[in-house]
Design a protein around this ligand. Structure first.
Ligand SMILES: CC(C)(COP(=O)(O)OP(=O)(O)OC[C@H]1O[C@@H](n2cnc3c(N)ncnc32)[C@H](O)[C@@H]1OP(=O)(O)O)[C@@H](O)C(=O)NCCC(=O)NCCS
Length: 172
């Protein structure tokens, strides 16, 4: 994909040392005004990105919990997000993405750990997600967080067409 715009271009240099260490990042819940910033990270990370409108709508659902990682010194600079639908005791993860400029530095793990902590406080004790079998980085992250594959949904993804690996962690 050639459209790797704003999130990647804007982010570096705004964080201390360009490194998402603990003091340079804060976590907070998404609100509707964040839809533009989240959509920018999404477009930089996903082959079939969700629209700004989708995130705007997600932010209005009380059952949807989207956690953002932002620059500690600039609340509107979103560098990562993870979304989850809380359905009774189950958390259904919808999206996880870290701005490419911040990948591979531990931020995805911190974000997921923080999301898990927060939804556990809402009564969630099991979480599930879908991931492309070819996305070894994400699978490694989820496996290390206790998720296990329980099967596949054929032809779940487009661009390119690919099955989805269905993963669960039933012992949060
Ligand atoms: C998947 C993603 C969220 C991970 O976030 P990240 O900040 O890059 O990951 P972290 O640096 O926190 O690393 C977490 C774990 O991921 C795995 N990982 C990270 N980079 C990796 C690499 N280059 N190769 C293999 N595994 C890797 C490792 O298991 C790592 O744990 P470790 O460092 O203890 O070994 C991020 O790469 C991303 O946004 N990718 C594009 C969008 C995407 O694929 N989202 C998931 C859709 S299901």
């Amino acid at each position: 994909m050639s459209n790797k715009p704003a999130a990647t271009e804007r982010a570096p240099g705004n964080l201390k040392n360009g490194n998402p260490n603990e003091s340079s990042i804060v976590f907070r819940r998404m609100v509707q005004d964040d839809a533009d910033g989240v959509a920018r990270v999404e477009a930089a990370c996903m082959p079939v990105p969700w629209s700004r409108q989708s995130f705007w709508e997600e932010a209005s659902h009380t059952d949807a919990y989207y956690l953002l990682a932002t620059d500690a010194e600039r609340d509107d600079l979103i560098v990562a997000y993870a979304g989850c639908w809380v359905l009774a005791n189950e958390g259904h993860i919808t999206n996880v993405a870290v701005d490419p400029a911040y990948q591979g530095q531990g931020l995805g793990r911190r974000l997921m750990n923080e999301l898990i902590l927060r939804v556990k406080e809402l009564g969630v004790d099991s979480m599930t997600l879908e991931v492309r079998p070819s996305n070894q980085v994400a699978i490694n992250l989820y496996t290390s967080l206790g998720f296990r594959s329980v099967g596949q949904r054929p032809k779940y993804y487009t661009n390119p067409v690919e099955a989805a690996e269905i993963m669960w962690n039933t012992k949060l």
